[in-house]
Design a binder for this molecule. Sequence first.
Ligand SMILES: [Zn+2]
Length: 90
Amino acid sequence: MSRCVHCRVATRFGYTTDTYTRNGTDIAVTVTGIPADICPSCHESYLDMDAATEIEALLAPFFDAAAAPGRLPRPNVRVDFPVPTPAKAA
Ligand SMILES: [Zn+2]
């Protein structure tokens, strides 16, 4: 069981929302439904390395497109990973 580096309380598995930005671009990408260990006290989230790497790779084309000159305004980008709903008791 991992613990929050700030509060030292045990984290719980859950899903979080994060906004990613990159220097040199004015685009922000909001990602929801990221699986993470979350601190129940301060709500700090801890992604595992694989998830963080996958998200970075997924977002790279948006940042590359935003850095290129263009006539269109910067889009609002939102990536929603589906969050599994708890199974209901029959
Ligand atoms: Zn905490």
